[in-house]
Design a protein around this ligand. Structure first.
Ligand code: MN
Length: 295
């Protein structure tokens, strides 16, 4: 099933070019906490699943093109991300990378992106107004966690995956010796984490470790790899993160980018496509307002 968040945090099942609005299948009290709807759905999926599977017989039908797609989960408690998780990517950024010595995600662990940096497939990637810095795209498979868990053993980790989505890990690169802000900050500008276009439930992705992962800028293919090339696989990432902190239902894990990382600028269009999950294209613009502190 493809589960989407759209318009004013409504929840729908996507089938072809149609969204079936299933918001009324969720408890009424969530109208007070609409951004939490996906977290609630994920954590109550065992009892909701059959209701949602019957989407053709319940719920208003809307043309997919008529809705604004929001982040696949607009309100995760955590957005974790794996650095350096494809060998061919390691080293390609030279002095613009903070990763040294060829260390992968296995040695570095994870970093965090602000959940406030999420944007949906219907959104826009916004760059700081007037910036001369370099901003890069990173094409990544996102994992959505199904339930609260701590110290998950690798052998059981895949039981904790609710589904998958496409994620662009947008980044402001460092300028060695000139501007070397913390990684979490450089990757947390608002809209720097496009997540979508929806969540595909795990039952429909038999082999998440074997999916084509592609990204284009203005129609030019820039990244073209397969999740089979990941150094630290999904199960090991779940084990690693949950060994540090409790995973929550709806949490997002960005699994790292392959080679081909490069810049994008205002006026560009960035498209990500992951096999069996979907694709989304976001325009890039500058923010309307200049930040009080320049970037
Ligand atoms: Mn990344």
């Amino acid at each position: 099933m493809k589960i989407a968040s759209f318009d004013d945090y409504r929840i729908g099942v996507v089938d072809g070019n149609t969204v079936h609005d299933m918001t009324s299948a969720l408890p009424e009290f969530l109208a007070q906490l609409p951004r939490q709807r996906v977290n609630w759905l994920v954590s109550h999926w065992p009892e909701l699943r059959s209701k949602f599977a019957d989407y053709r017989n319940s719920g208003r039908e809307l043309p997919l093109a008529s809705v604004k797609l929001l982040p696949a989960n607009p309100g995760p408690q955590h957005v974790f991300a794996a650095p350096a998780n494809y060998w061919k990517h390691i080293g390609e950024l030279g002095a613009r990378s903070v990763t040294t010595g060829g260390r992968s995600a296995r040695e570095q662990g994870f970093f965090l992106k602000a959940p406030g940096s999420l944007v949906g497939a219907g959104g826009t990637l916004l760059l700081p107004k007037g910036s001369q810095r370099r901003f890069d795209h990173e094409s990544e498979l996102a994992v959505i966690i199904s339930r609260r868990a701590r110290n998950v053993a690798r052998a059981h980790a895949m039981e904790h995956v609710f589904g998958y989505s496409c994620l662009i890990d947008a980044t402001m690169r460092i300028e060695k010796g000139v501007a070397e802000e913390e990684r979490s900050m450089r990757k947390s500008f608002e809209t720097f984490t496009p997540l979508g276009p929806w969540i595909v439930t795990a039952d429909e992705v038999a082999e998440p470790g074997s999916l084509k992962n592609k990204l284009w800028v203005n129609g030019d293919l820039k990244q073209n790899a397969n999740t089979s090339e990941m150094i630290v696989g999904i199960a090991e990432l779940v084990e690693l993160i949950s060994s540090v902190v409790t995973l929550e239902a709806g949490d997002v894990i960005a699994t790292g980018t392959p080679e081909g990382v490069g810049p994008f600028a205002a006026g560009d269009e960035v498209r990500i496509e992951i096999e069996r999950i979907g694709s989304m294209t976001l325009p890039v613009r500058e923010c309307e307002l200049r930040a009080p502190r320049p970037y």
